[in-house]
Design a protein around this ligand. Sequence first.
Ligand code: DON
Length: 572
Amino acid sequence: MRCTTLQLLLASFVACSSSGQAFTPVAARHGMVVSSEAHASRAGIEILQSGGNAVDAAVAVGFALAVTHPAAGNIGGGGFMLIRMNNGETAFIDYREEAPATASRDMYLDPHGQVIPQASIVGAKAVGIPGTAAGLALAEKRYGKLGLGRVMLPAIVLAEDGFPVSYSLSQSLREKERLLSKFPETRHIFLRDGNPYQPGEIFRQPDLARTLKLVAREGPDVFYKGSIAQAIADTMRDYGGLITTEDLAQYEVKVRQPLVGRFRGYTILTAPPPSSGGIALIEMLNVLEPLDLGVPNSFHSIHLMAETMRRAYADRAAYGGDADFVSVPVAGLTSRSYAAKLRDEILSSKPEAPVTAGRPHAFESGETTHYSVVDAEGNAVANTYTLNGAYGSGVTVEGAGFLLNDEMDDFTAKPGTPNMFGLIQGEANVIAPHKRPLSSMTPTIVLREPTTDAAGNLGPHWASPLRLVLGSPGGGTIISTVLQVLLNVLVFNMDVREAVTAPRFHHQWMPDKLFLEPWGFSADTQQKLREAGYKLEMRGLIGECQAIAVAPETGWRFGAADPRGDGEAVGY
Ligand code: DON
């Protein structure tokens, strides 16, 4: 059945509760989708209401965001999907980009060994082999019920019929005009040949619709071994990129097991390498577990958390990499004895900077996007995927209508030199053929203990003791964002809306600064932090968390789209 965008919209308005900006979470009894763009959230709900499960909906949202949120939604990038089915089965679908076969350790250095500015960020040489089409298709095949053709339908309709451009999309396209103008195909599609879209105008993407239809009909092979692969390789050749048809043909999604941690009786399922996010999250939770964090965003709690972040991010820089290529001491970093050592150090020292590395340049703005889905049966998906920088490398595949990533910048271009997020990277993350770049993306699912009644019988939701599904964009700030939202719910007892809204801070070891959002931290707190030795820097908004909480007693789903973005929580 083919339905129009209007029908999709109507279906969701009739049966769903949704909210972009209300101050309470969106409540729903059955299913919930929270993503960074309203059409995509509604596409997910439409799939749930058509009998799909959380994975069907997640795949539908992933393809829909590739149409409606082109800065980060993608089929030319990569990401991670964390799945937890209600029978307890878990999977971490790693569809991260990979370095092409001819990539090499020093490919972004000039003859003097200096990093060539922008080389790993803009243009075809910055592109890693994309994984999204393969990753979403594999998730659908293994865990979905409706099939790729059905779950891609909303995205195809949105690309073909178009959708009204939001204020934030029109702003974002304008902000990135310089990048988008560099490549004629990109300028043609995303800037309408120099006549940028105004809010409310309809944005149609016929090339992308054709590409999506091919994938829906023929499966991901057409992207990796067929006509789309050829179009990618041709574009690479025309613009001096490295990816060949052989690179695409050998790309494989890796199905891994999530990292598992424990925190105050909760089970934390999160991202293993090649992400650094899960390791750092568990490391930080282990350090903080026995500490009294007091009042959220007080001097005391910020100090304890910032010192914990600083150490976890220093470890990230030293040890983070693709564990299929280098040995990453995951067990050591996430062990309780190591956490105890760090905790002792934090409690006995002052926040002075024992670091000597170089001065990282300013952060560039990036774009990644996270969405969370829970269905009526208690299956859950946390998916974070990205083109890396907003609109990726700026290169659009000729005739195929989609942007390619600049994920190669997540590798170490030169040890000790910061990447676009100001993150220092180490030897473990140097470039090698077919290696995956170190990521901070941290899709996470939190489970609670099953509830029992007085007689010890398991409560009604025992089979799906979900508590929280969350994740965020934000480069290096992803990990600290996930940490703070998680603590806001589990420790500070905020509802999920309060938890994603609360002001955030960030410390990533280097640069040795404590970044604060420009509102929400009192002058007194800031003064105390300064006196304690922190170098404070106000920065724009930190992260954009899309989260779902499941109420322990009733099983109701509560969704919250982060007010820092333009997302929407929709439930039914
Ligand atoms: O994988 C990573 O860690 C980065 N490529 C994520 C980029 C990102 O979050 C940009 N967003 N705002």
